[in-house]
Design a protein around this ligand. Structure first.
Ligand code: PLP
Length: 363
């Protein structure tokens, strides 16, 4: 059996102990004599898996009791549609901080239901930095921003604004560090980066926002229906919920979000430091806005970047190809990426750099 260091932006690497547990429980989970994949979602054993997953998330993120945790499907992308459907009420206006691909998608979907005010944008700098000034309109129904921009590799280290209904797309940095949930009206994230596998979208919503919608909604698009039914209105993505439960147990074993934040910062600092000292690789993101989760780097030549990606694959460092928009290389350092993985990547970068320098001095 071979395990590689997988730097994919998502679906992404999982803790090996979680994979081993899935393997061990595949024929018999919790002494039920069956796998979670075969279990009725209305059974007591499944409901206890779902409830424990929810409770562990509440404990780990310190989610206050006036919030509801929902387990949905449709990816984080369906939230671009569900959020305006559920949260537009008085002004039918949403404030948006535009920082790249994911805020653009939120903009397009919300525009189907109301008006979008772009209150700050970094488009003019090609999203290589984050906006610093915001013209918040407190009368808008909500304000949407993306905490970590997976494609452009920038990250708001703290919430940049306040708003009575602050909505945050935390798809690529949820549970990577402690946050104050009470600042938010709604937090959402696909599970497949920091919290498990594809198929599950987590929504954390302040309870007073469950029933404020002005539209008559189909049941499957209405947060209050999921809240009333403990996310069991229909068959949920049961296997994905189970895997997230295991990942949350692993987070507790790792010492919780405080410890993970320390580890994540150390991993990212090490890699950025290596890039900043490299004669071959560079990072073009404004330093204070660099993401701890997704690190972009390039040699400046598409051909050399491709050569490096191939070289790294030979050394078992995979998933480094940059997004098709930004190109170059991207290393995703989510919770489950080990320090050993980051050290292996840095070694690869150093070795490749030496090979290229040697080749060039011989020419
Ligand atoms: C920040 C962010 N938001 C939303 C999405 C969309 O997620 P999904 O593919 O689960 O719809 C992604 C996917 O990578 C993302 O990184």
């Amino acid at each position: 059996m071979k395990r590689v260091y997988n730097f994919s932006a998502g679906p992404a690497t999982l803790p090996e102990s979680v994979l081993r547990r899935i393997q061990a429980e595949c024929l018999d989970v919790n002494h039920t004599g069956m796998s979670v994949m075969e279990m009725s979602h209305r059974s007591i054993p499944f409901e206890s898996i779902l409830d424990k997953t929810k409770q562990d998330l509440i404990e780990i993120m310190n989610i206050p009791s006036n919030y509801e945790v929902l387990f949905l499907q449709g990816g984080a992308s369906l939230q671009f549609t569900m959020i305006p459907m559920n949260l537009f009420k008085n002004s039918k206006t949403m404030d948006l901080i535009h920082t790249g691909v994911w805020s653009q998608k939120a903009l397009e979907e919300a525009s189907l239901f109301g008006k979008v005010n772009i209150i700050a944008s970094s488009e003019s700098s090609n999203f290589t930095e984050l906006p610093k000034e915001f013209n918040v309109n407190p009368d808008s129904d909500y304000l949407h921003y993306v905490s970590n921009n997976t494609v452009y590799c920038t990250q708001f280290k703290n919430s940049p604004v306040t708003h009575p209904v602050l909505v945050c797309d935390m798809s690529s940095d949820i549970c990577s560090k402690p946050i104050d949930v009470s600042q938010y009206g709604l937090i959402f994230a696909g599970a497949q980066k920091n919290l498990g596998i594809a198929g599950l979208t987590i929504v954390i919503i302040r309870k007073d926002l469950l029933d404020t919608k002005s539209l008559k909604l189909p049941k499957m698009l209405d947060y209050s229906v999921y809240a009333k039914n403990n996310s069991l209105y229909n068959t949920p993505s049961s296997f994905s919920i189970y895997v997230s439960g295991l990942v949350l147990e692993w987070i507790k074993e790792m010492g919780g979000l405080v410890k993970l934040e320390e580890l994540n910062n150390s991993k990212a600092n090490l890699l950025y430091n290596a890039i900043d000292h490299s004669k071959l690789f560079k990072n073009i993101i404004n330093k204070v806005d660099r993401s701890v989760m997704n690190v972009m780097f390039t040699t400046g030549s598409e051909d050399l970047d491709n050569q490096f990606i191939e070289y790294a694959e030979e050394q078992d460092c995979v998933g480094l190809r940059g997004h098709r928009i930004t190109k170059g290389c991207r290393a995703s350092l989510y919770n489950a990426m080990s320090m050993d993985g980051v050290l292996a990547l840095i070694q690869c970068m150093n070795d490749f750099e030496n090979i290229i320098i040697k080749e060039n001095t011989h020419v």
